[in-house]
Ligand binder design. Sequence first.
Ligand code: ZN
Length: 354
Amino acid sequence: MEKMYFGSIDLSNDCMRRDTALWNSRFGNLRSTTVPLICLLFAVLSGCNTGRPNGAGLPNRVQPQIIATTSLVGDMVRTIVGDRLEVRVLMPAGVDPHLYQPTRSDAVDLLYCPLVVYNGLQLEGQFGEVLQKRKTIGHRTFAVSDSLSNHSIIASQGNIPDPHIWMDASLWAICAIGLGEELAAHFPDHAAAFRRSAAEYAEGLRKLDAWAYDSLQTVAAEQRVLVTAHDAFRYFGRRYEVEVYGVQGMSTASEAGIADVNQLVQMVHLRSVPAVFFETSVSKRQVQAIVDGVQAYGKSISADHTLYSDSLGPAGSGAETYHGMMRSNVVTITTALGGAALSNELDNLTMNLK
Ligand SMILES: [Zn+2]
């Protein structure tokens, strides 16, 4: 039975509530904006048989055979597909997938692309309507999270799933195998190549997973406490035995939020947690509040560290691939908390992985 490492403060529903609230609020937007757009698309389509609305006024460009939503899903798709098919990744590095709203041209492409691959578990909250419409007209969509068994998914008491599955590299490996099968079924001319690429990619992820676990175990158990801006690290915490706390997951800009921040300051102070972590795609304000609160007790705390959570890094950052992102996060967390990432094994990983 898997142990859960969520710490002594009950934060277990915060991100779920945030995701649910975002989901609910965004569906209102989708109904008011995406549906008329889809009606327009069908009106255009009714006058032609090409499968695409040529008269929609969109610029000519290479049409993708696969669209991936997030940068993380896109990295998996591109690694498996290689240059065999045209792949488009909608969200650039640094974009928050909870908030990303498809543009008009995104919506057109999403509707007519032969295959759309997304994370699922309500991560892409703004995409629900257009993906549902694809299904209605018989176009294939594939959520990489569908490869996981229900017991793998962390859920709130209200049974709202946590979508941040990529934070556990062993789960991401299962998703890669599932994607390989989907691609093989959808593009049978490349079936053998896609299955082989997916298997190689998954094997690399399993090595990365083992390296991450071993590296984090060099941190003393009582020091393995991860305080981040946004509570996206539950899967990471469960897999690598780290207590995780997300500041922004607590209610924002409210009395209760202030009380929760104070509670977290107390925890960090009393346990002498040596570092807290910013995230690239989230405001620094809440984590800075923890730093200020701890320093008010006369304690020093390191706040020089930034993690990649819901997005890859930009080109040249070293975190522009999934492997690079995980390596960066594990090295940052391990060293900041007093451990030592296993550099020899990392060198081997770096040689074998993109
Ligand atoms: Zn998130």
